[in-house]
Design a protein around this ligand. Sequence first.
Ligand SMILES: [Zn+2]
Length: 196
Amino acid sequence: MTAGLTSIKRLVQVDQKPIGRTPRSNLATYTGLFDSVRKLYAATDQARAQGYDAGQFSFNVAKGRCPTCEGEGFVSVELLFMPSVYAPCPTCHGARYNPQTLAITWQGLNIAQVLQLTVDEAVTVFAEQAGIRRSLDVLRDIGLGYLRLGQPATELSGGEAQRIKLATELQRNQRGATLYVLDEPTTGLHPGMSIG
Ligand SMILES: [Zn+2]
């Protein structure tokens, strides 16, 4: 049993801490696959004709995002004598981008619609895009096919955050001989995932 341990070159501890503390961090941004998606959009004829680069398709960059909510998709509403609440942005209705950015489509989908796809749906949409597909396959194999690409970090359970970290590790590290240590790998999963 312990004999195999001598060949371990790396030990990675994967915990259940959140992948981010704001809705600006999500599955697609954390794993890095959104960078590849944004480049894909920037490479379309439509985007090139407008002079758009990959930054145009980031909700963290001013030029392409909705100016009202600054790419959050929702706005804080102040109520007298009450804690402020969040409401969908009245300008973009949650899409997070400005109309010029949303006009650019790839295979019939705009960038906001891509963020609404589940991992399982995205595997089909990006089937021919090897780099993006690789990230998606790892996420699906690890049991996260039901998550939306744009699912905010703040909505993820500890178990989901842990799996996203593990998937990110697995897609980056192809060298092998790594031992992954997970604390309580089955807690906090989506209810639909708890019983196989
Ligand atoms: Zn908005």
